[in-house]
Design a protein around this ligand. Structure first.
Ligand code: TUI
Length: 309
């Protein structure tokens, strides 16, 4: 399990927890880091004081390296980008945009920079801009997604870059991890599996939706707004999908309905107005476990499979 990613990040296993907005707070991040992976705290749309507090609390719970995900569409992205430097955070991942303008300052401060990208073109741009690694995120992922499947994207990004590649999208067990390694990835980013962990503090309704989900229970909404998002099928996401399909919701009306809907899902378990973002692999997840067990089982299964091949 030693790869350029474990070396770069100083962790035991090349498993990074997804930087899920509203979900990934310090309790989850510290648990994943303590399990030997890299936990992430999501900046999302949060204000600077919230993220500072989360980073400090995470430091109290773990002496292992952990990171922060900066969601680049956030109006606070500039402040959060500076905060990670001021707080001495070791690893930054980014999503929903190009982090090019922040990379020189992060590098100068010794922060390891790992943009999440949905295409080969963006991956190449990030390598040129000085990224240390990339997360190649397939369309199986939860939340804001690109078009290309993990199976097609990862080997093409691996071929195009010199820096190490972390695979994401549809990976929730050791088989997924081993498959990613066969494509040339040197690490995996895992989100949905950690939603169903004991340390993840989402509303119980959210965990129940993940546990009960079957293979066909995720849906992509919002393609026509330019921000396609994968969520679990609920009354609300079906209403959005139908409105998009039959034209009864304009893109503006769609955006208004989804404003604040991540918080409503994560904190309130609100099935009428909440967006329960999750990956297409939710159907394979049937139980809630501690992060340490999740990480151990994934690593053991992947190692067994890779030794046999
Ligand atoms: O960012 C994610 N997943 C997310 S962010 C999020 S919060 C949100 N809510 C509503 C709308 C948008 C965001 C929920 N899930 N994953 C990484 C990711 N990055 N997926 C796609 C991209 C991406 C897209 C465009 C990365 C770079 C990019 O660059 C465009 C350009 O040319 O600059």
């Amino acid at each position: 399990m030693k790869t350029r990613i474990t070396e770069l990040l100083g962790c035991q296993y090349p498993i990074i927890q997804g930087g899920m907005a509203w979900v990934a707070e310090h309790t989850l991040a510290a648990a994943v880091s303590n399990a030997g992976g890299i936990g992430l705290i999501a900046g999302g749309n949060a204000p600077i004081d919230y993220l500072r507090d989360q980073i400090r609390k995470c430091k109290e719970k773990t002496d292992k390296p952990f990171g922060v995900n900066i969601m680049l569409m956030s109006p606070n992205a500039d402040d959060l980008a500076q905060l990670v430097i001021d707080e001495g955070v070791k690893v930054v991942t980014t999503g929903a945009g190009s982090p090019g303008k922040y990379i020189p300052a992060w590098k100068q401060a010794g922060v390891k920079v790992i943009p999440v990208i949905p295409s080969v073109a963006l991956a190449k741009r990030m390598e040129k801009a000085g990224a240390d690694a990339v997360v190649a995120e397939g369309t199986e992922s939860g939340g804001h997604i690109g078009e290309i499947t993990t199976m097609c994207l990862v080997p093409q990004v691996v071929d195009a870059l010199e820096i190490p590649v972390i695979a994401a999208g549809g990976i929730a067990d050791g088989r997924g991890m081993a498959a990613a390694f066969m494509f040339g990835a040197e690490g995996v980013q895992i989100g949905t599996r950690f939603l169903a962990s004991e340390e993840c503090r989402i509303h119980p309704t959210f965990k129940e939706l993940i546990i009960k989900a079957k293979d066909t229970d995720s849906v992509v909404t919002g393609r026509y707004t330019g921000h396609p998002c994968r969520n679990i099928k609920t009354k609300f996401s079906k209403k959005l999908a139908n409105g998009e399909r039959d034209g009864s919701l304009t893109p503006d009306e769609f955006e208004k309905l989804t404003l604040g809907s991540l918080r409503k899902a994560v904190q309130d378990g609100n099935l009428e107005e909440g967006s329960f973002l999750c990956g297409a692999i939710a159907g394979m997840i049937n139980d809630v476990k501690p992060c340490s067990e999740i990480v151990r089982e994934i690593v053991e299964q992947a190692e067994k499979l890779m030794h046999n091949s």
